[in-house]
Design a protein. Structure first.
Length: 405
């Protein structure tokens, strides 16, 4: 609950203090200190403290009203909802001597009798007047939730107790809503045109975990409060006030995310000058098996054939996909008859393998090119996973009639 400074505080008198003529202060034979009620022209009651039938203006108001006595109010606690317990000490303005030396005036305030010129730090809890809910409470990560807040019956009346003033009901309004979803996201929303006292918004918890959603309604309005005029006489005025009403929904659960790796097959794309002099460019899609003429140099490019892309699952539901790319590969030892052949080792995704097969005549031969693909999979939430796939590309080497043997 936001701390709000206001001008007003309800008071019910419980005690009055009398000082005898034998006191060290040497006041008149009986100086009476008591709580007194003042009623506005419209019948609203307020309370303050008097000494010798004169108002003892609260210390904060002495700059406005010059009176014979002033008072200091000490908040001792809250005994009931919206009822405050005070000790009040009274002083003589001329020399700051305390009048009620032995004991303070003990009194209680409530919204039914605000104090005159009292500016307390109100911290009443109005959370019971704001219902907050999340639906569903538990669900897969990244799934949509509905976060709602609603001010309940009686909240306008309860505001009067918190700010210790006579609230003007027709002036009360909801200025807006703020939701802290608990995952680092905080958003502000205007009041609804048809129902400003309730809020319903959608939100996705992208990461797995447990969260608390905090909803705050900012409300404002006007109220009647009593002050002291320069002559020390109580007057009633209308004051503006603003208040935050906050409550939360706890234990919101986003289930763990499982990152499924893609299904990938090892492939390759051949490139080179054929026996008739034509140039074969490497196809973009890899082949698991290919044909190549005997004795011709081949530039072989490693390819990752994506059979099934990776996915994200939470609570048994697919909540996202992925994109997989080849970042490197390892060429494993095998038959290679090319001059200056590519040596076994690790290479970048765009590096080719310089390879050739000189199959003896006549007929054809079969070979395998062994590769280990190094893959990088990026999921929809930005998570990156690395994996490897090992496999073989089958090559059938044929006799080239154009090239001869």
């Amino acid at each position: 609950m936001r701390i709000l400074r206001i001008v007003a505080c309800p008071v019910v008198a419980l005690a009055a203090l009398f000082l005898s003529a034998g006191s060290a202060l040497g006041y008149e034979s009986r100086l009476e200190v008591k709580v007194e009620t003042w009623t506005s022209a419209d019948g609203r009651a307020y309370v303050g403290v008097q000494a010798a039938a004169e108002w003892a203006v609260p210390a904060a108001e002495t700059s406005v009203a010059d009176t014979t006595y002033y008072s200091r109010w000490e908040l001792m606690g809250i005994t009931q909802p919206y009822q405050r317990h005070y000790w009040v000490w009274v002083y003589r303005t001329a020399d700051d001597e305390r009048v009620n030396v032995t004991s303070p005036v003990t009194l209680f305030t409530s919204e039914r009798q605000p104090g005159i010129g009292i500016r307390p730090e109100a911290s009443g809890d109005l959370s019971l007047y704001l219902d907050v809910a999340v639906d569903p409470v538990s669900g897969p990560a990244r799934s949509e939730r509905t976060v709602s807040g609603e001010l309940t019956a009686g909240w306008v009346d309860a505001v009067g107790g918190v700010i210790s003033a006579y609230v003007i009901p027709d002036s009360v309004q909801v200025e807006g809503w703020t939701v802290d979803f608990g995952d680092g996201t905080v958003e502000t929303f205007p009041p609804g045109a048809s129902d400003p006292e309730s809020l319903s918004v959608e939100h996705r918890y992208e990461a797995a975990g447990s969260f608390d959603a905090v909803v705050t309604a900012r409300v404002s309005g006007e109220a009647y409060a009593a002050f002291f005029a320069p002559g020390g006489v109580p007057v009633e005025r209308v004051i503006a006030w603003t208040l935050d009403i906050t409550n939360s929904a706890t234990g919101i659960s986003a289930l763990p995310i499982e990152y499924l790796l893609p299904v990938v097959e090892v492939g390759a794309s051949p490139s080179g000058v054929l026996a008739d002099g034509s140039l074969l460019a490497p196809p973009p899609d890899g082949l698991a098996a290919l044909w190549w003429p005997r004795g011709l140099l081949c530039e072989l490019f490693a390819r990752a054939t994506i059979v099934t892309e990776g996915s994200m699952r939470s609570g048994g539901i697919t909540i996202g996909g992925s994109v997989t790319k080849l970042v490197a590969y390892r060429y494993l030892p095998g038959v290679n008859d090319a001059s200056a052949p590519t040596a076994p080792g690790e290479y970048g995704p765009d590096d080719s393998i310089r390879i050739q097969w000189d199959t003896p005549l006549p007929g054809q031969g079969s070979y395998s090119v062994r590769l280990v693909l190094e893959l990088e999979t990026t999921y929809d939430d930005g998570t990156v996973r690395s994996s490897e796939v090992e496999g073989e590309v089958q090559v059938t080497v044929i006799y080239s009639a154009v090239g001869g043997g």
